[in-house]
Design a binder for this molecule. Structure first.
Ligand code: ADP
Length: 279
């Protein structure tokens, strides 16, 4: 899949030059079939990661309103064992959160080893909405890129596989989705005039996203620009990317599981020998 991935800082990111549509030849049927296969592989990978506790995963989902963060979470989580998954949504910071540094609320939700953590919005809001709406002076938010790089490096050193996704939709697609919400009773709860207000800042958000991606892309914390105009393709791209990032680690996890099994069995044998000796 020729999806745009940024894994080096300062790569020039131009979102308008990246298609938000599925590539030619990709059909919904093919995508859903492949997604089902990947889903099974993802489940197995998560199982091995959970048991071995060598690594953890942090998936960051960012995108404009209606880009499909909730839908992507529903589909990815649907492939996983809920036992090891935690989804955290980051909204407008509370008073307590505002009284701390901007990473405080995020760091608390960083995954433990073995866990699969999904962020619906994240620390990136502090260089996106905060920048676009002037909620902090430039001197403050500019410094945050460096803080974010250091933070993610720290997590990666601790074994966290960090995967960041920008769900890329066009302005036309967003309009359709927002209007559709108004017509469907089951999505009426999502109606929010703010979504339309935010649309007026489309270009500013584009610039803020481009900067955030190019300044924080790293080998250990890549950004994938997910063509998200079609929901079925969006799901496929994310699943494929997560599986690709984890697949290479499986041997390591299985080795650890094997060692854990051996030491567990040795413990059991010793216990049984003790019990037998007492008889
Ligand atoms: P969502 O739009 O993700 O479904 P909400 O309707 O609760 O969920 O919106 C969350 C809002 O919180 C968004 O408008 C987002 O920009 C805002 N937000 C998140 N983080 C911050 C932050 N650090 N500072 C200001 N606003 C934030």
């Amino acid at each position: 899949m020729a999806v745009k991935v940024f894994d080096k800082p300062d790569g020039k990111v131009r979102l308008d030059a990246i298609s938000a549509d599925p590539p030619k030849g990709m059909t919904r049927e093919k995508a859903e079939e492949r997604f089902a296969t990947l889903g099974q592989e993802l489940f197995d990978l998560q199982d091995a990661m959970f048991g071995s506790r060598v690594n953890s995963v942090m998936v960051v989902l960012q995108g404009r309103d209606s880009a499909g963060k909730d839908g992507a979470i529903k589909h990815v989580v649907g492939c996983l064992n809920p036992r090891g998954v935690i989804v955290t949504s980051f909204g407008v910071p509370t008073l307590e959160e505002r009284q701390h540094d901007f990473l405080w609320r995020v760091h608390r939700h960083a995954p433990r080893l073995g866990e699969f953590s999904i962020f619906n919005r994240s620390h990136y809001e502090d260089v996106l909405v905060v920048r676009v709406h002037g909620l902090a002076p430039k001197s403050v938010w500019k410094e945050r890129f460096g803080h974010i790089r250091d933070f993610e490096e720290l997590l990666a050193e601790h074994g966290t596989v960090i995967l960041k996704y920008f769900l890329h939709i066009t302005k036309e697609e967003q309009e359709e989705r927002l209007l559709e919400r108004e017509e469907q009773p089951d999505t009426a709860w999502k109606l929010n005039p703010n979504d339309w207000k935010e649309r007026d800042h489309w270009d500013e958000y584009t610039g803020a996203y481009e900067d955030a991606i190019s300044r924080t892309a790293a080998k250990h914390a890549p950004w994938t620009v997910v063509p998200a105009n079609a929901k079925w393709y969006r799901n496929l791209v994310i699943a494929e990317s997560i599986v690709e990032a984890l697949r290479g680690r499986r041997k390591d996890w299985e080795k650890t599981l094997d060692e854990m099994g051996k030491s567990g069995r040795a413990g059991l044998d010793a216990y049984r020998a003790q019990v037998a000796a007492k008889k």
